[in-house]
Design a protein around this ligand. Structure first.
Ligand code: FE
Ligand code: ZN
Length: 505
């Protein structure tokens, strides 16, 4: 009996056996041969054993937790599908936010999975390898659960059917795609900052938390369910990213400037993607939770300050372009939505002119900027639409070579002037949306001149032919794109809703 009791190991011992006994001394290959990418970024590590995984999760408990979450998740998703859960939405306008999420975010969860599988192989420490392996599995699961959760909407609504194709080809989806391409082509340490710090810490707080409450407010049980299912993984992911930063800083003082450079770069790359989230929160949710400005104050400013206070003891300073980010918050959601609206012939989701009720909310939430700079533009667009000549911008925007967004932003200190920067490199001129993006380019020009840009591809491969382009990006003209008013989604949703409450159909 006693021997049996002894065989039952505590979690801590189990974890020690799981990790430490995996790290053996190679006999016929050198460490450098086995881990060829560990040195080229310049990060110096003296003792890999110092990288502790604070969760010390063993593989068997990992499978147990995740399986439990999967069971709950699919039970709710099935119920949602069987009970026509889509008719509980506040309005089908809401689905634009979900389409954007599926086209631009979910496929990149899959990229995060690939990235972590690779990082787990490239890092030398066993604790690190196991943590990376678990995160790789988590990210694969996130991609799958998100696609499954949203697949039910694909049965009833436009714009969900070609997300995989769009992820690679459509202009706004290449924004997060380029973020992930950039991360996956970096070395393993930079990858950890890109995903672990920027994507998990900066973006997850500002993307998942307000986004999931937005889903709850708008009756989207499917999205709330995958959100909850992913949220418990995210805590582990953020910790892994922060552990990595602290580990590098503690290992050698020479690592500080390298880490600071990555924090500066990835903060700015993250903040550019967040503009899309701002537009979703302020414009796409029929029932709004809080404004982008309010979310930023809580999750950006408060959490960011706490993080950088914590990192200050290592000599880390807040990101270089923090001030520019702060100045952009009251402008970017409006600039984004105006751009998405005028280019809505080329978006596989609907946009619309906000209602008077929306205007009132926006001017309350953005007292300094909305009435002064953005309401007049919307009023103008409203007049054009009422006259039967809605603005359709079929011109192509100049894209930023780094973030790949159209140059639609304004100068940090002058909201009436479009921000535009240029750099000459090897006899070519490259364009940028901001000082932040220009700065990133100038640190690694050889990397960004190779970026796959969606607009040149349109001319190179399709000779600028719009119908052919739509085919190529998987967009169905007249169904997936244009204004919500008059769309199939609007008509169907309203009819189904009316039928649900009527005795005469
Ligand atoms: Fe994820
Ligand atoms: Zn940019």
């Amino acid at each position: 009996m006693d021997t049996h009791a002894k065989k039952k190991l505590g979690l801590k011992d189990k974890y020690r056996l799981l990790t430490r006994d995996l790290g053996w001394e190679p006999s016929y290959r050198t460490h450098e041969e086995i881990h060829p990418y560990l040195n080229f970024e310049g990060i110096k590590v003296h003792d890999w054993d110092k990288w502790e995984d604070p969760f010390r999760l063993t593989m068997d408990s990992y499978w147990k937790y995740q399986a439990e979450k999967e069971r709950k998740f699919y039970a709710i998703i099935d119920a949602h599908a069987q009970n026509n859960g889509h008719l509980n939405l506040t309005d089908a306008r809401y689905l634009s936010a979900i389409k954007l999420f599926l086209q631009a975010i979910s496929p990149n969860e899959y990229c995060a999975h690939k990235g972590f599988a690779r990082a787990g192989r490239e890092f030398a420490g066993v604790g690190t390898q196991v943590a990376c392996q678990m995160q790789a599995l988590d990210e694969l699961r996130h991609a799958q659960t998100q696609i499954h959760a949203m697949s039910n909407y694909n049965r009833y609504y436009e714009g969900f059917h070609a997300f995989a194709q769009q992820r690679d080809r459509i202009w706004y989806a290449t924004v997060p795609r380029s973020f992930f391409d950039d991360a996956m082509t970096a070395g393993p340490f930079e990858f950890m900052i890109a995903i672990g710090f920027s994507f998990e810490y900066v973006l997850t707080n500002l993307l998942f938390v307000p986004f999931m409450s937005g889903a709850a407010y708008n009756g989207d049980l499917a999205t709330v369910t995958f959100g909850f299912s992913a949220q418990s993984d995210e805590a582990r992911h953020m910790t892994l990213g922060l552990e990595c930063i602290k580990f590098m800083l503690e290992q050698d003082p020479d690592n500080l400037p390298i880490v600071q450079g990555w924090i500066d770069k990835w903060f700015w790359r993250g903040i550019r993607i967040l503009g899309l989230v701002g537009a979703m929160m302020d414009y796409m949710l029929p029932k709004r939770v809080m404004s982008w400005r309010e979310a930023w104050n809580i999750y950006g400013v408060e959490n960011g300050n706490a993080l950088f206070r914590d990192l200050a003891r290592y000599g880390i300073k807040p990101p270089k372009h923090w001030e520019d980010a702060e100045k952009s918050i009251d402008h970017v959601p409006h600039q984004f939505m105006l751009a998405l609206y005028q280019w809505n012939f080329g978006t596989a989701f609907h946009t619309w002119i906000p209602s008077d009720d929306d205007f009132e909310w926006l001017s309350k939430k953005y007292p300094e900027t909305f009435d002064r700079y953005y309401r007049p533009r919307w009023e103008h667009l409203k007049k054009l639409a009422a006259a039967g000549t809605p603005l359709k911008n079929v011109g192509l925007a100049r894209l930023c070579q780094v973030c790949q967004l159209p140059c639609i932003f304004t100068e940090p200190d002058d909201p009436t002037l479009t921000c535009h920067r240029e750099t000459e490199y090897r006899d070519e001129t490259y364009h940028f949306c901001s000082d932040g993006c220009q700065h990133i380019f100038e640190n690694e020009p050889e990397k960004y001149i190779q970026a796959w840009m969606p607009m040149p591809a349109l001319f190179r491969e399709l000779q600028g032919d719009i119908p052919q382009w739509m085919d190529w990006v998987g967009m169905v003209e007249g169904k997936d794109n244009h204004d919500y008013v008059g769309s199939h989604d609007e008509r169907n949703f309203n009819n189904w809703r009316a039928a649900a409450a009527s005795n005469n159909v």
